[in-house]
Design a protein around this ligand. Structure first.
Ligand SMILES: Cc1ncc(COP(=O)(O)O)c(C=O)c1O
Length: 389
């Protein structure tokens, strides 16, 4: 139906039960494990399916849903967020190209840029604070091909003005990519703001249950889609049928989950903001966040990620995170269960110490992925752990 809303798309797009004669009427998309597909005629593959790396019915159902949720014409599902990133870079860059990217990127993305593509393929990366649009204008070069934004960033939750930046670089022929993992399509739609490509680690909010690794790319640009699809098929970076099924299942509750993640996070941020053992609370929903106004303009909510700086050093931080009952001490984020971690020795350990210092990733920085448990239980748990330091 026309003008179908997000919640309805998340449940129905790509999964229409086949109730025609001979159809089984499955309400839920079956997991198509077949690696190859029989055809009636040499020239015409059945419904376009030949070999599962190139096209698979379960993955196709998921891709239709992923496209709908980011208001995109096209979507591709990958074996991981990193596989999506690698395929994108291989598809759109050539030796000698230059990329501008947010300085406070997910550590794995930085590693891929600076330790794989830069030395091996002679692609140059300028990592700048994209929260300040002037830094982008100053970094543009003749050979700049891509602008890579994470907004909010990981773990410092810095916000970039996506619409303003995308508009500025478009006139220079630069493609804007936004890693939208932290917001999920429920809270932010970068394509609507003028970005060319949206990328997700579906391992996080989109799947939402910490039980499947995957990635996704959405775009409205046919040429970009075809180039990335060609690489995805060539290198085999596809999401498996089983993971596609898991994500199809998880995504149905994305809207309901994100609402609770957001409601819990603002209450927890307010609680932490008043606690004497917490030096600083970083959450885009707080008016104290330096880019709160931009966040309000481009996001429909502020998400479930909070970073805090404790009054103390690494020992206090370690004591705090290991004293919690409901917040598992684990990397990753975006699951229904609350997680907590220390970026410096954990997710961002691959970022050089000097760069971490420059960015503000201190030893007492704690990143919290707020789950959808009861809000009071989570606050009481944080309270008792803070009392221990
Ligand atoms: C913002 C962001 N982008 C990309 C990735 C990489 O995704 P994956 O772990 O699914 O390969 C992560 C993983 O933590 C992430 O947090």
């Amino acid at each position: 139906m026309k003008n179908q809303k997000f919640e309805t798309n998340a449940i129905h797009v790509g999964e229409k039960p086949n109730i025609k004669e001979g159809g089984s009427g499955d309400v839920i998309s079956p997991i198509h494990l077949s690696t190859t597909f029989a055809r009636q005629d040499v020239d015409i593959p059945t419904a376009g399916y030949e070999y599962s790396r190139s096209l698979n019915p379960t993955r196709k159902a998921l891709e239709a849903k992923l496209a709908a949720l980011e208001n995109a014409k096209y979507a591709l599902a990958f074996s991981s967020g990193m596989a999506a990133e690698t395929s994108l870079l291989l598809a759109l860059l050539q030796t000698g190209n230059h990329v501008i990217a947010t300085d406070d990127l997910y550590g794995g993305t930085q590693r891929l840029f600076l330790k794989v593509f830069q030395p091996n393929y002679n692609i140059n990366f300028s990592l700048v604070n994209t929260g300040n649009s002037e830094n982008i204008a100053n970094s543009l070069q003749e050979n700049t091909k891509l602008l890579w934004l994470e907004s909010p960033t990981n773990p410092l939750l810095k916000i970039s003005d996506i619409a303003n930046i995308a508009r500025t670089v478009k006139s220079k022929g630069v493609i804007t990519v936004v890693d939208n993992t932290f917001m999920s399509p429920y809270f932010q739609n970068p394509l609507n703001l003028g970005a060319d490509i949206v990328l997700h680690s579906t391992s996080k909010y989109i799947n939402g249950h910490s039980d499947s690794i995957g990635g996704a790319i959405m775009t409205n640009n046919k040429d970009i889609y075809e180039k990335i699809q060609f690489i995805q098929n060539s290198v085999g970076a596809i999401m498996s049928p089983f993971d596609s099924y898991m994500v199809l299942r998880g995504i149905k509750t994305l809207a309901a989950r994100m609402k609770v993640h957001g409601e819990n996070a603002i209450q927890i941020a307010n609680f932490l903001n008043q606690h004497p053992k917490v030096k600083k609370v970083i959450y885009p929903g707080l008016t104290s966040h330096p880019q709160h106004e931009i966040a309000k303009k481009q996001m429909k909510g502020f998400g479930g990620m909070i970073s805090i700086e404790l009054d103390g050093g690494i020992n206090e931080a370690k004591k705090f995170v290991s004293s919690l009952n409901y917040f598992a001490l684990a990397e990753s984020l975006g699951g229904v269960e609350s997680l907590i971690e220390l970026p410096a020795p954990m997710t961002h350990a691959s970022v050089p110490e000097k760069t971490r210092e420059k960015l503000g990733i201190t030893d007492s920085l704690v990143r919290i992925s707020v789950g959808i448990e009861n809000q009071d239980d989570l606050i009481n748990d944080l309270k008792q752990a803070l009392d221990k330091i």
